[in-house]
Design a protein around this ligand. Structure first.
Ligand code: TRP
Length: 434
């Protein structure tokens, strides 16, 4: 069975804080280690441009977020970790999706609607200070997800509407041009609580109540000393209910540790002592990662290299898939004119696979166009069965199959790749019609 594909993006507009760690980084790193999943994590820097027009801040945030995820244990060998803007296919796909998305649908997007409502309430022009970037936000996000045909998208509740819109985009595109996209699903982590911030409200950059994930030890201690408590004195029983300090502790501690603190609250622990316990517990988890983080921050070139490797991995999928999509919508080489024109009425001469054995005793196959042009040439396989399985994979997965089998195929240039992709798509379409 092919693995379940998870994908999520992190907007590069700030410095990761403990709330991001507990709510997103830690669960994502854990999930990426489970068997049977394939994960894609990316830095959503195109999205950041919607909110931020300070170039240095975008760059800084990109480094901080990448360094944080890597320090927290994301393994770039195991997952595909990349920067959105390194994948130009995403921008191109955004345009394709723009052309199948109703403007009225985007009018109803929460973030855009909130901006309009705010303007209207203050008697301004409804679209005052609203960029088309904000309006198009959901389409860019749809392209992020559909580019890699992700099945599951782990996000916060505020993003559910965007995933639903991506499903709609997938459906409208498929309806017009054939089955290319998998409808994605939002994956909401029910068990992960939102972390309260210094003032007890949800920890969030917009409330200015955050604790940076990799604050140096001394600063972390100071910040934790500032977590809001009530005015009960040492010896008085403290409430765990509604205590930000207790909730933050719970997000890091084991069940036994949490029970022990609950008992200390009942026994009237002094707030200062409770804060020391909280600080030590958080630092125990973060300290080993902090060293790695500081090393990445001191060597941005290491992070850059990892991201470029990730981009190459992502593009091995995105480039051939985009070629398939371009062909599907009719952006085709004129030389191949009418070749894959809808098979509805015309019978098209299809390409076909030929499997054979060479004198060396090894097994090979090629994909040849109707006129005999070789579109794909395999390298040697030890058995006919292995060659047959590779053919089946290409028939089933098209462009994704080509990417997956790269090392078993003779090198393809972009043009050959695009013809092969078109031929496979046409064959799949014809097979489906039978
Ligand atoms: N909009 C998401 C957020 O603010 C970030 C994001 C961008 C994203 N593209 C995505 C999340 C694709 C999941 C999938 O949290």
């Amino acid at each position: 069975m092919s693995p379940v594909r998870f994908l999520t993006g992190i907007t590069t507009s700030g410095t990761p804080h403990l709330g991001n760690y507990v709510g997103s980084i830690r669960p994502a790193v854990r999930a990426s280690l489970s068997p049977g999943v394939e994960s894609f994590y990316f830095l959503a820097d195109y999205h950041a441009l919607i909110k931020i027009d300070e170039p240095a801040r975008i760059q800084r945030s990109t480094l901080e977020i990448a360094a944080s995820w890597l320090a927290a244990g994301l393994d770039p060998e195991k997952v595909t970790f990349y920067r959105q803007s390194d994948i130009p296919e995403i921008a191109e796909l955004t345009w394709f999706l723009t052309c199948v998305t109703g403007k009225g649908v985007l009018n109803r997007a929460h973030a855009y609607k909130a901006a309009v409502d705010k303007n209207t309430a203050s008697g301004m022009d409804p679209d005052s200070d609203v960029t088309a970037g904000l309006f198009m936000y959901p389409v860019l996000m749809g392209a992020d997800i559909l580019m890699f045909n992700a099945h599951k998208v782990p996000v916060g509740r505020d993003q559910i509407q965007h995933i639903e819109m991506a499903r709609d985009m997938a459906a409208s595109f498929n309806h017009r041009y054939g089955e290319h996209f998998v409808p994605p699903q939002a994956e909401i982590e029910e068990s992960v609580a939102t972390l309260p911030g210094l003032d007890g409200r949800k920890m969030s950059k917009s409330y200015d109540n955050t604790i940076p994930l990799f604050a140096p030890r001394e600063q972390l201690k100071k910040l934790i000393a500032g977590v809001k408590t009530d005015s009960r004195l040492p010896g008085e029983t403290k409430d765990t209910e509604g205590s930000a300090l207790f909730q933050i502790y719970q997000a890091f501690a084991s069940e036994e540790e949490t029970e022990a603190l609950r008992k200390s609250f009942a026994d009237g622990i002094a707030w200062g002592d409770a804060k020391d316990i909280l600080f030590e517990r958080i630092d125990r988890e973060i300290a080993p990662m902090r060293a790695a983080y500081e090393d990445f921050m001191a060597h941005p070139e290491k992070v850059e290299a990892l991201l470029l490797t990730g981009a190459a991995k992502a593009r091995a999928i995105a480039t051939p898939f985009m070629a398939q999509l371009r062909s599907a919508v009719g952006l085709r080489s004129l030389g191949a004119a009418a070749q894959t024109q809808t098979t509805k009425t015309h019978k098209v001469a299809l390409a076909s696979f030929k499997q054979y054995r060479e004198k060396d005793g090894q097994f090979y196959f090629k994909l040849a166009a109707a006129d005999g042009t070789v579109l794909l040439q395999s390298k040697a396989f030890e058995s006919g069965k292995a060659a047959g399985q590779a053919i089946a994979q290409l028939q089933r997965d098209g462009a994704t199959g080509i990417a997956a089998l790269q090392t078993q195929l003779e090198a393809l240039d972009a043009l050959a790749q695009s013809s092969a992709t078109q031929a496979l798509a046409a064959m799949a379409e014809a097979a489906e019609k039978k």
